[in-house]
Write a protein that binds this ligand. Structure first.
Ligand code: CTP
Ligand code: MG
Length: 169
């Protein structure tokens, strides 16, 4: 298994997931809209600027990786490698929104921690979106979930220490 190649393959997803912490803010994606349960559709943690920044930053990362021929997708042509980066980025942000949507339906407040919806759902949706072009082998997917879980915990702890995030998750 090419561990470094796999991490480079998934890098656009990590970039998309982390850049809104720095670049996000302003108007929320749900524009303040509440559902039947009296809770927000997504909540104030999901902003339009964050969404756009995540997709843009992840796609740029994917483009650079495709251009440099890095990652496990090198068997694909350039356009398909670029599509993988784009779909990983869009899928990551879709998974992030789905996570917040589900947390709100479960009455979990914005910013409160949930192991699965915060740490791993975005990766699952990202892989699903990119699957028409590229899907890693089952054991590689297990590896990606394990690494993502640990990396997500570590980077959020660091973001908290750097005062980028108010909570260490
Ligand atoms: N962020 C953003 N726009 C997004 C995603 C994230 O602006 N689409 C920013 C917000 O400032 C958010 C921070 O990145 O607070 C951290 O993201 P995340 O942990 O996903 O959001 P939470 O605030 O924890 O909200 P939730 O409980 O809905 O996950
Ligand atoms: Mg959070």
């Amino acid at each position: 298994m090419d561990a470094i190649g796999l991490l480079l393959f998934i890098l656009p997803s990590y970039v998309a997931n982390s850049s809104p912490v720095i670049l996000g803010g302003g108007r929320p994606v749900d524009l303040g809209c509440k559902l039947w349960d009296g809770r927000r559709l997504f909540g104030d943690g999901k902003t339009l600027r964050g969404l756009a920044a995540g997709i843009a930053a992840g796609t740029v990362a994917g483009y650079l990786l495709a251009f440099a021929g890095l990652g496990t997708t090198t068997t694909l042509d350039f356009n398909s490698r670029f599509a993988v980066g784009l779909l990983l980025s869009v899928g990551t942000m879709a998974g992030d929104l789905l996570g917040s949507f589900t947390k709100r339906r479960m009455s979990i407040e914005r910013g409160a921690q949930h192991e699965f919806f915060d740490q791993l759902l975005f990766l699952g949706v990202a892989l699903l979106f990119a699957a028409p072009f590229y899907l890693p082998a089952p054991e590689e997917i297990v590896f990606l979930f394990a690494v993502t879980y640990v990396l997500h915990k570590m980077t959020n702890l660091i973001a908290h220490k750097l005062k980028l995030k108010s909570v260490p998750w």
